[in-house]
Design a protein around this ligand. Structure first.
Ligand code: GTP
Ligand code: MG
Length: 148
């Protein structure tokens, strides 16, 4: 089943938005198969955002991601990579639609509270970077509600 990497960035954690964000993915019907609290090193943040290393904001972005606890998660479900990005909203919260996480809860691009993988290859790479295979749990919901 399709999986994606989602992280609540230090600003989302500091603002007390963990449960709000987890809840949006959970209520949609996606399944949480791994979750942990991590304070990434700057080197780790640079690895995570390696495709942005030529951008002027790269250094500040990596400083910020490594500034405090991040909630690292793997969510699973049909279409979760693309739909996860839809739940998150546009990169710049000024352009995110109301109803999306960034549209409802963030104001500026440098503090947009959440990360989501942008495609199948990055999802695979990011899950491998942040988690060991044994951290991912396979289980079925025991109460039938249309989710598998
Ligand atoms: P992520 O899910 O965090 O990867 O965001 P994204 O995929 O919507 O955007 P992208 O990968 O292009 O950029 C990664 C992060 O860099 C964004 O989430 C922003 O926090 C930050 N960022 C992107 N563009 C800008 C910018 O123009 N200025 C600043 N200060 N930060 C930016
Ligand atoms: Mg991105």
């Amino acid at each position: 089943m399709e999986q994606t990497f989602i992280a609540i960035k230090p600003d989302g954690v500091q603002r007390g938005l963990i449960s709000e964000i987890v809840s949006r993915f959970e209520r949609k019907g996606f399944k949480l198969v791994a979750i942990k609290v991590v304070v990434p090193s700057k080197e780790f943040a640079q690895k995570h955002y390696h495709d942005l290393k030529e951008r002027p904001f790269f250094n500040g972005l990596c400083d910020f991601l490594s500034s405090g606890p991040v909630i690292a998660m793997v969510w699973e479900g049909e279409g979760v990579i693309k739909y996860g990005r839809k739940l998150i909203g546009a990169t710049d919260p000024q352009k995110s639609e109301p109803g999306t996480i960034r549209g409802d809860l963030a104001v500026v691009v440098g503090r947009n509270i959440i990360h989501g993988s942008d495609g199948p290859e990055t999802a695979k790479d990011e899950i491998n970077l942040w988690f060991k295979p044994e951290d991912l749990h396979q289980f079925r919901y025991l109460i039938k509600s249309g989710m598998s």
